[in-house]
Design a protein around this ligand. Structure first.
Ligand SMILES: [Cu+2]
Length: 151
């Protein structure tokens, strides 16, 4: 829990972006090093409309594709798998994308994500207008979150 709060603090300057009922707060992307093919993007998605929505797809010019993942514990090993139906965003609720939980994965990175830079990320919803975010790249928490994750 402490780690997650720290990550949120690091990313807090990402600010608030509104688009027809969905706001993305505290967005950040985990830095990557050469050779890493994927990295995570985390944020709070606030659906302050009165209609349930779904995050359908994610894309960024820095990656071949984007996926929404959930993390499950399979016999003590954390595994990630894509949410093929998209990520439900219940009306009036904040849905948190966090390391070790649900998250966005940028797959097939075209270049390393460099700390201190920002990357464009586009979110497409079932009802709300697409969101274009400039997501800051950060080291996040200790970096240990990913050690037990396997695709
Ligand atoms: Cu993942």
């Amino acid at each position: 829990m402490k780690k997650i709060l720290f990550s949120t603090l690091l990313a807090s300057y990402a600010g608030l972006v509104l688009a027809q009922g969905i706001a993305a707060n505290h967005a950040w992307a985990r830095f990557s090093v050469p050779g890493m093919s994927s990295s995570g993007v985390f944020m709070d998605l606030d659906n302050h409309s009165d209609k349930d929505d779904v995050l359908l797809s994610v894309s960024s010019p820095v990656a071949m594709s984007g996926e929404v993942h959930e993390t499950t514990d399979v016999d003590g090993v954390m595994k990630m798998r894509p949410l093929l139906q998209g990520l439900p965003l219940p009306a009036g609720k904040v849905t948190q994308l966090q390391p070790g939980k649900m998250h966005i994965m940028l797959m097939g990175l075209k270049k390393p994500l460099v700390k201190g830079t920002t990357i464009p990320v586009r979110l497409t919803f079932r009802y709300a207008k697409p969101l274009m975010l400039n997501v800051p790249v950060s080291i996040g928490s200790s970096g240990s979150d990913n050690h037990h994750m396997h695709h």
